[in-house]
Write a protein that binds this ligand. Structure first.
Ligand code: MEV
Length: 327
């Protein structure tokens, strides 16, 4: 039996623009997802994922090509892609377990994909470099969602704070420590792929506007990279608010408010009033989490709570993908 784990992630700067060939800054967070895999002699994949309310799920190897329930789709697509690439076939027993809710937008789908591929590479003794794990995981996520930059996969594999360019064209781990990061869950689960597709519809109507906005975000990402390197937190906070100002104007036709939302705006406002250096949405928008930067964590978290959000206590996790045990 092998057990591996990977951290969740939070987008710091550059969401949406990173889908369109611009860089972003992402941090791995100190809540992890675990996957255990062992071989079995049946020609079946058996799956337990208690957090996803999946127990004793079974699918025969010959049915891996069929459409699978969404709770198990990433694990099974990862297995299928791994078996195809390395010409392997085997029954498996898989268990997933997460320290964070799949609602937060911490990247449970990408973390589970990365962990599954890593566990399979260990169990079948296939040597895979980190970039090969990235490429196969990214293919898996794209096979299912059709869209995405892959930044969440990089965070799960490499950990820490990363400067990332679309599709893993650049994955640069940064030496940034002690970010005074505060996280608030909006209470709303957002579907990243739906929002990305909705923004694409808007972009096709006015590509000039969106290309310019993505270039402006790129400038913010570059400045934030430098400011974070210098631990200039008031400046990083100011850049967060500036990034939010651009995202606020993005439309997403299927949702009333756009990429930002009433609850996101409210949580950002109360963070600022409580003394945060700055705040913004994190990820696709509409729901999931907001992030703020500030030295007075207690007061900011209290303000988030009073405004109807849930403070989520996380730090940056510098440990990426990891083997927990190999028995
Ligand atoms: C979603 O967490 C961030 C987006 O930029 C999508 C992506 O990069 O895959 C909106």
């Amino acid at each position: 039996m092998i057990k591996v784990s990977a951290p969740g992630k939070l987008m710091l700067f550059g969401e949406h623009a990173v889908v369109y060939n611009r860089p972003c800054l992402v941090a791995a967070v100190s809540q992890r997802l675990f996957v255990e895999v062992e071989k079995n002699s049946e020609n079946k994949i058996l799956l337990d994922a208690p957090q996803m309310k999946v127990s004793d799920f079974a699918v025969s190897l010959t049915d891996l090509d069929k459409e699978q329930p969404k709770e198990v789709r990433f694990v099974l697509e990862a297995v299928k892609n791994f078996f195809r690439k390395y010409n392997i076939e085997s029954g498996l027993k898989i268990k997933t377990e997460s320290q964070f809710s799949a609602e937060y937008g911490f990247g449970s789908s990408s973390a589970v994909t990365v962990c599954t591929i890593k566990a399979l590479s260990e169990i079948f003794e296939v040597k895979m470099a980190e970039k090969e794990i990235f490429d196969l995981s990214y293919k898996t996520v794209l096979d299912i969602q059709g869209v995405g930059s892959g930044f969440d996969i990089a965070a799960a594999i490499y950990g820490g704070v990363i400067y990332f360019l679309t599709g893993g064209k650049r994955i640069e781990p940064l030496e940034i420590k002690n970010i005074p990061l505060i996280v608030g869950y909006t209470g709303v689960k957002a579907s990243t792929s739906e929002i990305v597709k909705a923004v694409k519809v808007e972009m096709e109507k006015d590509s000039e506007y969106y290309e310019k906005a993505y270039d402006d975000i790129l400038q913010i990402v570059e400045k934030a990279k430098t400011a974070m390197g210098n631990s200039s937190w008031p400046e990083v906070g100011r850049l967060m608010t500036e990034n939010q100002g651009i995202l606020r104007k993005f439309k997403a036709p299927s949702v009333e408010y756009g990429v930002s939302s009433e609850i996101i705006e409210k949580l950002i406002e109360v963070c600022q009033r409580a003394g945060a250096f700055g705040a913004k949405l994190s990820g696709a928008g509409v729901g999931d989490c907001i992030i703020a930067l500030g030295e007075n964590r207690g007061e900011i978290e209290k303000a988030i709570k009073e405004a109807g959000g849930t403070p989520v206590s996380v730090n940056v996790d510098y440990q990426g993908l990891k083997i927990e045990n190999n028995l």
